[in-house]
Design a protein. Sequence first.
Length: 453
Amino acid sequence: MYRENAWKHYDEAGKAQVNAFADGYKAFLDGAKTEREAAARAEEICRAAGFADMDALIASGAALKPGDRVYRKWMNKSFMAFVIGSDDIEKGMRILGAHIDSPRLDVKQNPLFEDDGLAYLDTHYYGGIKKYQWTALPLALHGVIVKKDGTTVEAAIGEAPGDPALCITDLLPHLAQDQMAKTEALNLLVGSAPKAGGEKDAVKAAVLEILRRDYGVEEEDFISAELEAVPAGCARDAGLDRSMILAYGHDDRVCAYPSLRAVADFRGTPDATLCAVLADKEEIGSMGASGMNSHFFENTVAELCALLGREKEISVRRALQNSRMLSSDVSAGYDPGYAGVFEKNNAAMLNLGVCFNKYTGSRGKSGSSDANAEFMARVRAVMDDAGVCWQTAELGKVDAGGGGTIAWLCAKYAMNVIDCGVAVLSMHAPWEIIAKADLWEAYKGYRAFLEKA
Ligand code: MN
Ligand code: MN
């Protein structure tokens, strides 16, 4: 099946639109290196677009009506936005889903130690990473430290000009004959200068003094902290033609951002209620209270039904079952340098537009959420009618590997849901690449889905 490069469809004004949307995305990325930061940026976007905090409405016992716009942040790590439609909620919603957590290194609960005069923070990797990729590059530390009195210290060390960078060291090639890949220890180097006085572990003591002075935290406070080491630096244009973006965390903010924007940019009153859900914990199997496997989304839909005067449980079940959803997550972009793991006719190509995966999974479709042909047909028609560039793909060739997303967790409600998303090169590496045209076509596709699917 022939698919044309999306850039061929753009005139000068169209190219300017693609680049402007990409600039907004890059700005979002720079402020959203963790799930908490992404949820906070999503809240800012929604507040600016006239959305009200659903928890305040629940507390005040207010009612919702068609055209109302509400959002809900869950545990500061997941986020949902809704535009209330004129149709009965029991007829179902149009949902755009994506995740806002990304692979990284989490600082452990007892992390700080000194070894032969150097001080380190020990980490535990989060999500699927190639450990060797995270050495010898500048890392920043983002997150929160919650103290016993409930106060929260927010940290983002290593981003501002003049900030110190953190790093995991690697072995020099001269001595690396026996080294396969550095996998044993992912320790962030955080100090080498001892505290005056020269007692044991004086370097560690000096680091603790800095933490006390600059952040007001003690070593014990690491126990109730969530600190994530992520690549330091900004998202930037990639390629001499600036047609791509190099950034940390495209997986899956390249789907989360256009999904949220599609709902936030909707004006007026839709027929069906519109929803964007941005989930945490996808990279570790969607477990935990802020992951899609928890009931936070179902509970929020129940709250929404109640605010609409639909208090019976059957209303919630119908609202979910009758919904249609694009579960958006990144696809493995076809890479000519690694052609052997792809099947070219069914691979996601850069610049061919938003990518639909009728099914995911691995081997004999194990772990897949296979979308209905009837629903796939409806989505095809919506995309074609709206002039969206789109393609279909599988994640690599059969038996080369595979993967899953949050689609199966929404399919549990018996709703129609299909995987879709944006092709990424170097997925799960500290710096990933996407094509600006694919980001734009995803946004166009999401808007068309919200209006017509
Ligand atoms: Mn993903
Ligand atoms: Mn991933």
